[in-house]
Every structure is written in C-alpha cells, then in structure tokens.
Design a protein around this ligand. Structure first.
Ligand SMILES: NC(=O)c1ccc[n+]([C@@H]2O[C@H](COP(=O)([O-])OP(=O)(O)OC[C@H]3O[C@@H](n4cnc5c(N)ncnc54)[C@H](O)[C@@H]3O)[C@@H](O)[C@H]2O)c1
Length: 259
C-alpha cells in the first residue's frame, strides 16, 4: 500500500501531537503550527514541520502547493489548532471573539477549500477537533463555546458537500484533556490545583483525559478501512462528562464515590 500523507494543524502540541505520533508509521505527517520551537521538537521525532498561521489564507495556499509538489496526494487532515479565551461576557472583547472564530472555525473552512483538489483526488478524510463545549454551555467561555458549536455545524455541512467526491468529514469532541493549553489555564488560576481536582471528580470515570485518549479516535475516523462509511458525525471522548446532569451521586443517595 502507498504511504498515507497527513496534515495536522496544531500538530506541534497536545492532541495534535499525540495524533501525529500515531500516524507516523503510515507515512509522512506534516505538522502545521505557528509555534516555531515546538515545531523543532516535533521535527526531532520525525514529523515534518510546516510553520503557518491557520488564520491566513496564503498559508493554506502555500501548504497546498507544497503537498502537491512534494507528494501529489493528501489522505488525512486533522484540524486541531485552537485557542480558548476564558473571560466573563462583559470582559470579552470583539478581538477575542474574532481570534477564536478565525482560529477555530474559519481555518477549517479556508483550509478545506484550499486543499479541495488534493482531498477530492485522493478521496481523503478530514477530522475537526471541536469540544464538549460544542454540546453544552461552559461558564465564561462564550466566544469559545460559540466557535466550537460552529465547528460541529461546519463538519456536517462539509461532509454533505464533499460526500459526492468520496471525502469524509467528521468531528471529535474531547472533554477536559491535560494538554499544555489546559496546564497553562490551571497555572493562571489562584487555586488551579483545586479546580483540577474538582473537574477530575466531575468526570464519571474519575479522571481527566490525556491527548493519548483522544488520538486513537481521530485516527479511527481518518482510516477508510476502520470508518469508511462514517461521515458528518461526531464522536465524544469525555470520560462520561456530558452523559449526565450535574447531580453527582446525590440523586441516588450517594452510595458510591469515585475518589
Ligand atoms: N485540552 C482540552 O481540554 C480540550 C478540550 C476540548 C477541545 N480541545 C481542542 O483541542 C484542540 C487542541 O488543543 P490542545 O488542548 O491540544 O492545545 P495545545 O495548546 O496543546 O495545542 C494547540 C496547538 O495549536 C497551535 N495553534 C494555535 N493557534 C494557531 C494558529 N493560528 N495557527 C497555527 N497553529 C496554531 C498552538 O501553537 C499549539 O501547538 C483545540 O482545538 C482545542 O480547542 C481541547
């Protein structure tokens, strides 16, 4: 079988990096990111760095050009680059909203458009990384929640439009995942350790997720042999977080606890 060529935005860190590591054995993996030093570390692992800002159309055009000339095919695209502004609504600026929308949503629309020829010729597969915030509300995160809800809706629209060409588009919604993004958030809070512990207990499986918990679901959705009939759908990987109301175990009398 020919090697499979993949692109992962945000591939130099967290969920994107864990996915890139899994895909490496199948063929070239281009990690597209704006963090230069993280890209250098990824290159040391045999991943192919591509410095770009996913908000820029010209960057997507360059990436498309590079892949066409170097490989002439594109089998998988993972949109994992993201930003998560956390602010009360009254403190949320227009700039924060635009940054979240351009990074988390518009990049997927522009990227899929610029990679259209490669994707349709190769009958490739696209996976968009949304969030449980696409499914339920989240405090002090209006811009983020709105952007991730849009990722879910955009996934369905792209899946329908690309289906006649044999291209599948799916979405993964991770729960609270211990990546550099989340570590930075906890470190920014006065009582980050307590918040982390509270969140852990809130997950029915009694633990937070790791990037390695999310990556296999992404590679499953990329694989035509594993999920060739799956498109326009959404897989939640959240340790049970969104499966229940926030009753904890009070409703049933509190007979067991996960500690
Ligand atoms: N960590 C979580 O709890 C969690 C939960 C649900 C969803 N997500 C989503 O998962 C995705 C990956 O997040 P992560 O937790 O792995 O974070 P991360 O910070 O570890 O990785 C994100 C990567 O995206 C890159 N990036 C950001 N803006 C970019 C831009 N404009 N152009 C190119 N690259 C850019 C960063 O440099 C970084 O390498 C994001 O879309 C995030 O919203 C994360």
């Amino acid at each position: 079988m020919d090697p499979r060529v993949s692109v992962i935005t945000g591939g130099a860190s967290g969920i994107g990096l864990a996915t890139a590591r899994l895909l490496r054995s199948q063929g070239p993996v281009i990690v597209a990111d704006l963090d230069d030093s993280a890209l250098s570390r990824a290159a040391e692992e045999g991943l192919e760095p591509f410095l770009m800002d996913v908000r820029k159309q010209e960057a997507w055009a360059s990436l498309s050009d590079y892949i066409s000339k170097t490989y002439g095919r594109l089998d998988g695209v993972v949109h994992s680059a993201g930003t998560a502004p956390i602010a009360r609504l009254v403190d949320t600026t227009d700039e924060q909203f635009d940054l979240a929308y351009e990074t988390n949503v518009r990049s997927i629309l522009v990227g899929t458009r610029e990679l259209w020829d490669l994707l349709t010729t190769s009958k490739g597969s696209v996976v968009n990384v949304a969030s449980v915030a696409a499914l339920v509300g989240q405090d002090r995160s209006a811009a983020y929640v709105a952007s991730k809800g849009a990722v879910l809706a955009l996934t369905r629209a792209l899946a329908i439009e690309l289906a006649p060409y044999g291209v599948r588009v799916n979405c993964v919604c991770p729960g609270t995942t211990m990546t550099p993004m989340l570590e930075r958030h906890f470190e920014s809070l006065p009582s980050g350790g307590e918040v982390r512990e509270h969140l852990r207990r809130r997950h029915p499986l009694g633990r937070l997720l790791t990037p390695e918990d999310i990556a296999p679901t992404i590679t499953h959705l990329l694989s035509p042999s594993a999920s060739g009939a799956t498109t326009g759908t959404n897989v939640v990987v959240d340790a049970g977080l969104t499966a229940s109301f926030d009753y904890g175990n009070v409703f049933s009398g509190g007979v067991h606890d996960v500690s």
